[in-house]
Design a protein around this ligand. Structure first.
Ligand SMILES: *Cc1c(COP(=O)(O)O)cnc(C)c1O
Length: 375
């Protein structure tokens, strides 16, 4: 059997263990310490000096806290991009609120501005104004930042920007992770940088960051004994994990350029293959190309290619199955235009890690070429 080629695997820089050793040597083996503060500062410097970062145990935890900070409660409604990973939507349910799913547009695959506006008006006419909009930069491609912001401002609904897949992406030279009223990042094992597991909440003010840290550390009041006036969570990042993050920050931009090279490589190799369509960057959009995704003419071909790759021990994956089609969300109201279902039928994510070698990329290409030669 050929060696396994993964869709997106962890890629260490070699600098991580320095920070971990430092944590052990100074006995900062806890969910606070110099690496946590250092990692937050590194992210802040990378994104924008005017924002504030709270390092947390996961991107999902960051989304949950974002909803809490925006006051989302039982029976509220929250608009959410349907085409995404389930972690974007699950925290809405943690709060006892109802997700309202909104379909995608075909040029970015992200939340469709027209459907979003229609959904907001319809929810208001039914008697409830949505409490927040969760917009996602899927596979690293920014959503239509200006249009979504204009709609959100017009209806006075805050945006939670899910930038879990888009660390290193930007729109008009402004980094993704800074566009939401609150934004989130993820450092899970398959993301563009990883801390093994982890996430961050990005806020616009020190007050909001401090509140997030307070909630993430069990909401302890300022008293010598343990006193609580609010429900807290155990969502803070550990100082060991943050050490990995500090090492990973030294290679974030190089990971972005390697992943963008993967995309360019695939696109160039298949430039004469009419059956394979790539997602292009509209003007002003800069994707980290977390995953290179292709569209095939139909479901049958998509599956055949996926199985051809699997036979050669190469991992590929259909695009995210939209939330409105997930059994667990079957009763959620949805505003649909057919785009995300079509993408799910025809789309495939190709191996895209920043640690892929040229021979590995060649193997992926030759498996796909073999498929086309024989069909
Ligand atoms: C990975 C991911 C998350 C969740 O992040 P975790 O750190 O795994 O909890 C949320 N949204 C999207 C779009 C993701 O891809």
């Amino acid at each position: 059997m050929n060696e396994k080629i993964w869709l997106s695997s962890p890629h260490m820089s070699g600098n991580e263990q320095f920070y971990i050793k430092e944590a052990f040597d100074s006995n900062w083996v806890a969910p606070l310490g110099p690496n946590v503060n250092g990692f937050e500062t590194d992210i802040q410097k990378y994104l924008d000096n005017n924002i504030e970062v709270a390092a947390l145990s996961s991107g999902t935890a960051a989304l949950h806290l974002a909803l809490i900070l925006l006051g989302v409660e039982k029976d509220d409604e929250v608009l959410c991009q349907s085409k995404t990973f389930s972690a974007s939507a699950n925290p809405i349910v943690y709060q006892g609120a109802t997700p309202i799913f909104v379909d995608s547009e075909s040029d970015t695959w992200n939340i469709c501005p027209e459907q979003l506006e229609y959904a907001i008006k319809d929810r208001i006419s039914r008697g409830k104004k949505p409490k927040a909009i969760i917009a996602v930069h899927l596979y690293g491609m920014p959503y239509k930042v200006n249009k979504i912001r204009e709609i959100a401002n017009r209806f006075e609904i805050p945006i939670i920007e899910d930038s879990a897949e888009a660390f290193g992406s930007s729109f008009n030279n402004i980094k993704c992770g800074t566009f939401g009223d609150l934004s989130i990042l993820s450092f899970n094992g398959n993301k563009i940088i990883t801390t093994s597991g982890g996430g961050a909440l990005v806020a616009k003010s020190k007050e909001v960051k401090d509140k997030a840290v307070f909630l993430s550390t069990q909401a302890r009041d300022n008293a010598p004994h343990y006193q609580h006036s609010e429900i807290g969570y155990n969502y803070r990042m550990s100082n060991i994990v943050a050490g990995i993050g500090r090492g990973q920050m030294t290679v974030l931009d190089s990971h972005v350029s390697k992943r963008r090279n993967n995309y360019e490589f695939y696109k160039d190799v298949f430039k004469n293959c009419e059956e394979i369509v790539f997602l292009e960057e509209p003007d002003g959009f800069f994707s980290n190309r977390w995953l290179t995704c292709i569209l095939l003419p139909n479901y049958k071909m998509r599956e055949e290619i996926r199985l051809t790759l699997e036979k050669d021990n190469i991992e590929s994956r259909p695009l995210w199955k939209p939330m409105h089609s997930q059994p667990v969300f079957k009763d959620a109201p949805s505003y649909l235009n057919g785009v995300s279902d079509d993408l799910f039928e025809r789309g495939l994510c190709l191996p895209s890690g920043s640690n892929l070698t040229e021979p590995q990329l060649e193997r992926v290409v030759s498996a796909i070429n073999d498929y086309f030669a024989t069909c």
